[in-house]
Design a binder for this molecule. Structure first.
Ligand code: AKG
Length: 284
């Protein structure tokens, strides 16, 4: 059998079926649904990977979410006056970015021995979890996640980011499964999302260059069953299409980085650990 490390380096992703038990899937899924009822009822913030207006309040809410549990709505779920246009149970795009610290159910999975074992097999020395998200991809409103490499956002030099993406429902072409460009992790980092070095600018975060164009024909869709874990290399290009089905596509995801071996977490990443709260480590 090929090692996890070799497999990840071959295509840029690995699919591990039955990573979660049915009971764990249920626990996380219900925890995700319960979060919908905790979402704010005014000043709702929208999350979209497609650019929109009303930048700064939203940017700050996002930028300061690294050590909190914050709620991001779907664009199609909130009206011009901030009112909900859909059932609150299908209004969220995602919740992030510190569920792994702040929520016991997500903490238990993130810091499980299973995750530690994989990190050990991936040759991490002192892996830390820098962020986590519950992603809803709700029927009808669940938006596109445009093609990207996670290193655009969680850049380390050299790359060390690996995403653990856990399917909590069956993922199909219709409900917006993940899609990957096989082998694209070998082509460097194509773009960066940075804290704006221009402190007088109205945008707090900026891309350093235009979005690359990746042909649809280069993507391989990964239709997987609930309970599956997809490991995502920080430099592999991936995306997901809008959910055009009647079924949601919930997932829990978190990212691990190396904090030793001369790996440097980039100071211009949007996400920075507060000085008194370093990213929690899995082992050292
Ligand atoms: C990511 O977490 O980097 C993703 O691309 C997730 C996209 C999705 O869940 O649709």
């Amino acid at each position: 059998m090929q090692s996890v490390n070799r497999s990840l380096n071959e295509n840029g992703y690995i699919v591990i079926e039955d990573f979660l038990t049915a009971e764990e899937v249920d626990t996380l899924f219900h925890a995700g649904r319960a979060l919908c009822l905790d979402a704010p009822q005014n000043n709702r913030k929208i999350f979209s990977t497609i650019k929109q207006e009303d930048a700064q309040g939203k940017e700050l809410y996002f930028m300061e979410s690294g050590d909190k549990v914050r709620y991001f709505f779907e664009k199609g779920a909130v009206g011009d006056e901030g009112q909900l246009l859909v059932d609150p149970m299908i209004a969220l795009n995602k919740v992030g970015h510190a569920l792994h610290v702040e929520h016991p159910a997500f903490n238990a999975i993130t810091f499980s021995n299973r995750v530690r074992e994989i990190c050990w097999q991936l040759n991490y020395n002192k892996p830390a979890v820098c962020q986590s998200m519950y992603i809803y991809k709700n029927p009808g409103v669940g938006g596109e996640v445009t093609p990207h490499q996670d290193s655009w956002f969680l850049h380390t030099d050299p790359n060390s980011a690996v995403g653990f993406w856990l399917a909590l429902e069956d993922c199909t072409l219709q409900n917006g499964c993940l899609q990957f460009i096989k082998g694209s992790h070998k082509s460097g980092v194509h773009r960066r999302y940075l804290r704006n070095p221009d402190k007088d600018a109205s945008e707090l975060m900026v891309y350093d260059r235009a979005a690359p164009i990746y042909p649809q024909s280069s993507f391989t869709p990964m239709q997987v069953s609930k309970g599956t874990c997809i490991l995502i290399h920080g430099n592999v290009v991936h995306k997901s299409e809008p959910n055009r089905s009647q079924k949601s596509r919930h997932a829990y995801t978190f990212h691990v980085i190396e904090t030793e071996n001369n790996v440097k977490y980039s100071e211009d990443n949007w996400l920075q650990a507060p000085k008194d709260k370093p990213f929690p480590v899995l082992f050292e």
